[in-house]
Design a protein around this ligand. Structure first.
Ligand code: NAP
Length: 269
């Protein structure tokens, strides 16, 4: 495995991914998120060497600090970069406006691009290596009140597809993971879990971690979690008017979920 860096590894999908990767022989982990105490606790519990760095990925100096950490602690090697950190702040465009779009792009897209730019020389030097970008099924199909989140994930998917083609000759594989509803701190999916009719739609972080492994060291280009969510993306292309009708009608309200970031005011950033 070698050196693997997971962003957003203090909780949720990133934490499950760190635990999954730690099982592979020869893994050295680098954990990145803002909450240092949670990173330290996780690093100490893992069965492999793990270092951590507390960083806000939207800060201008974050990519440089992470590179310095890799050079000082891991000999400048990097075999797997998992761009997982992300968030959603639900709001209609009318309520959230450009401020909410900007906030999503800053974390879910710009921060990923900036970190990848900084670490690409290390990944190339360590090739064969891989990048896994954690997008979302919302990056294929947009629902009401998630426009800003969807825009950031649509952007991430388009950019990842291009990077896949560009980096293949350099030995840097680029994989994409598109989760559906997964119960985590930031995405509690409480409304879906409450109803027997929709409970089945909510998956677990461990399943996404397995898909991240498949899309990274496993060499797969793309993974939906759970897999049937891929059908939504197919229908969006083959039957767009049907998808629009469903998602703007009454049935769409049963797919509306709040997020862990709901308490924040999007206009405040
Ligand atoms: N769960 C779902 O239903 C679902 C569905 C589709 C896609 N996804 C995607 O999966 C990824 C992981 O989400 P999750 O469900 O595991 O959410 P989560 O439990 O809220 O975890 C998000 C992680 O990102 C970190 N993070 C947030 N803002 C950050 C910042 N500014 N700088 C550094 N780290 C930051 C958080 O750590 P700190 O707070 O400690 O910084 C946390 O470790 C996201 O990209 C999300 O869009 C999730």
């Amino acid at each position: 495995m070698g050196v693997a860096l997971v962003t957003g590894s203090s909780t949720g999908i990133g934490k499950a991914t760190a635990i999954r990767l730690a099982r592979e022989p020869g893994t050295e982990l680098v954990l990145v998120a803002r909450r240092e105490g949670m990173l330290r606790e996780l690093a100490e519990s893992l069965p492999c060497r793990a270092t951590y760095l507390a960083a806000d990925l939207t800060a201008p100096d974050a990519p440089g600090r992470i590179r310095q950490h890799l050079e000082a602690e891991h000999g400048g090697e990097l075999h797997l970069l998992v761009n997982n950190a992300g968030a959603a702040w639900r709001a209609s465009f009318d309520e959230g406006g450009y401020a909410n779009v900007h906030r999503h792009m800053e974390l879910n897209f710009d921060a990923v691009v900036r970190l990848t730019e900084e670490l690409l020389p290390l990944l190339r030097r360590s090739a064969p290596s891989a990048i896994v970008n954690v997008a979302s099924t919302a990056g294929r199909v947009a629902r009401a009140r998630t426009g800003a989140y969807s825009a950031s994930k649509f952007a991430l998917i388009g950019w990842s597809d291009s990077l896949y083609a560009e980096e293949k000759p350099q030995g840097v594989h680029v994989g994409l993971v598109l989760p559906g509803f997964v119960r985590t701190e930031g995405f509690p999916a409480a409304e879906l879990r409450e109803k027997a009719l929709t409970r089945w739609m909510v998956s677990k972080p461990e399943r996404v971690a397995e898909a991240i492994y498949a899309a990274g060291p496993g060499g797969k280009a793309e993974r939906y979690v759970p897999r049937p969510y891929g059908l939504a993306a197919v229908l969006r292309i083959l039957a767009p008017s049907l998808v629009r009708r469903v998602l703007s009608g009454g049935a769409a309200t049963s797919l509306t979920t709040s997020t862990g970031a709901e308490g924040d005011d999007p206009a405040a950033s």
